[in-house]
Design a protein around this ligand. Structure first.
Ligand SMILES: Cc1ncc(COP(=O)(O)O)c(C=O)c1O
Length: 487
């Protein structure tokens, strides 16, 4: 009885929210059912297909095979430039380190290095990859709560730009290695502020742990403590959170100067900047999904423009430092999502459709949570790339091929009538799609990059042989002896 009442009240609450969203979107002349392709500079050709840089995405899916990642190399470079300019227009010394973990496709990373980005790495592998891609050590920022001694050795031996420690245990390692390699190593401390991620990350300003770390760093001649690092989260759509954290960091830097005579020369304010075309699902969105209702629509205007961050953060810096002083500290940012998210699309092919309950069409695509994990916790736009001129005709849910009840990508999205063979385009597949992918019963997809209206293959599709290439298989001869075949 109580459960039933709770259920009814929940549905009344959710319907009220949905009605308020409908009213608000109608008032602002916005389409509740989804965003227009123009948000990504995409167009629609005479065949009714979605195009990027004038390339027909349906033809690309047919030529290279879906699932396929399509990286818009020109948009990637534009996003980088916009991010850099947003800060460099207002602040004299700005360094951007591209977050390897957000999009580890080597060609994407290299394209950003060509734009001028340093590397921001959080693991031994990522550090190795940066060096493998030709990035010099002094252009690599080394972060991460789970550094290994081997990884730290690679960083120190290559004279990394800065190593931001996450825990006190790292101090002795870095000091020993710096002594061994005979140079002073620049180090920073990842701090925890009153806002943003904490738990396994960093050392608290409030509880004195960060100060303790700097005191210990000062005891080692081989170490040059000169940086403070903070990274607050991801997909953040609120300038105030940054300003709160940065103010606490700047006050802490004053304490370091006063008590330990440390000059902070690098303020690394991390990544985390949200984008207008993606939103993390709220508790209400999750309730809607669980109650068979579409999630709330995406309001692109609720996300501040990156230039607003640039202005606000520089203004705050100017209250602590003279921006015309040649010794003003350097600002480092480590954006991932803000640059890569909107520059990559994931194309899937529809394998089958089924009529579901309440007139919903269930679409089964050839990629699911194995390659599109973020659709389970974030709003991403979805287009039927092969039917862009057809009117939306009903509600559809999109599933993957994994034979698992959790393999659902989209619930109750209004789409045109879809058939087997149609191509779906999941937008903003450039952040946390590739690093979260796995070969759950399927190979991982290939990727192409578009430049000047032409596609170039940048990653081959994994073959079945690739998937088992590291396994110790029986040789053919021994297989013959021991194979048991059920007949
Ligand atoms: C230390 C660090 N820097 C940068 C990033 C990039 O974050 P985002 O992709 O949200 O900009 C992350 C991601 O969580 C991170 O952990």
């Amino acid at each position: 009885m109580i459960r039933r009442l709770k259920h009814i009240l929940t549905r009344v609450f959710l319907h009220r929210i949905a009605a308020a969203d409908r009213k608000e979107f109608a008032r602002r002349g916005l389409d509740l059912r989804g965003l227009a392709p123009s948000h990504w500079d995409l167009s629609i050709n005479d065949a009714g297909h979605l195009e990027a840089q004038g390339c027909d995405l349906v033809s690309l899916a047919r030529e290279y095979g879906a699932p396929l990642y399509v990286v818009d190399g020109e948009r990637l470079a534009r996003n980088y430039r916009a991010f850099y300019d947003a800060f460099a227009d207002h602040y004299p010394k700005v360094v951007i380190g591209t977050s390897y973990k957000t999009n580890p496709l080597p060609q994407v990373i290299s394209a950003l290095h060509e734009c001028g980005a340093c590397a921001e790495v959080i693991s031994h592998f990522e550090l190795w990859l940066a060096l493998r891609l030709g990035v010099p050590g002094p252009s690599i920022i080394v972060n991460g709560p789970g550094k290994t001694r081997e990884g730290v050795e690679l960083a120190v031996s290559n004279q990394a730009k800065i190593i931001n420690i996450d825990g006190l245990h790292e101090i002795e390692w870095i000091a020993d290695l710096a002594k061994q390699y005979g140079h002073r190593q620049r180090v920073g401390v990842r701090v925890v502020t009153s806002v943003g991620w904490s738990a396994q990350f960093g050392l608290g300003i409030d509880n004195g742990d960060a100060l303790k770390a700097f005191q210990q760093l000062c005891q080692h001649e081989q170490l040059e403590p000169c940086g403070i690092h903070v990274h607050l989260g991801t997909g953040i759509r609120d300038i105030e959170i940054y300003l709160t954290a940065i103010k606490e960091v700047l006050e802490f830097a004053r304490v370091l100067k006063r008590d330990l005579d440390i000059d902070i020369r690098y303020f690394d304010f991390g990544g985390g900047f949200g984008v207008p075309t993606v939103r993390e699902f709220s508790g209400v969105d999750m309730m809607m999904r669980n109650n068979d209702m579409p999630v709330r629509p995406l309001d692109t205007e609720a996300c501040p423009n990156i230039s607003e961050y640039g202005k606000a953060i520089s203004r705050l810096m100017s209250q602590y430092y003279s921006l015309t002083d040649p010794d003003a500290p350097t600002l480092i940012f480590e954006p991932g999502r803000a640059i890569t998210s909107s520059a990559q699309i994931l194309l899937l092919e529809v394998l089958a459709t089924k009529a579901g309950a309440n007139n919903v069409t269930n679409i089964i695509a050839n990629g699911g949570k194995n390659i599109a994990m973020p659709t389970g916790y974030e709003y991403h736009e979805l287009f039927v790339a092969s039917k862009m001129s057809a009117p939306r005709s009903g509600r559809c849910s999109v599933f993957g091929p994994l034979c698992h009840p959790g393999d659902i990508l989209f619930k109750l999205k209004e789409l045109p009538a879809v058939n087997a063979g149609d191509i779906l385009a999941i937008m903003d597949a450039g952040a946390y799609f590739v690093p979260n992918q796995m070969n759950f019963s399927n190979p991982r997809p290939s990727a192409v990059m578009l430049q000047g209206g032409k596609a170039e293959l940048i990653r081959e599709r994994e073959s079945f042989e690739d998937i088992i290439s590291l396994d110790q298989l029986q040789t053919e001869a021994s297989q013959g002896d021991s194979a048991v075949v059920n007949q």
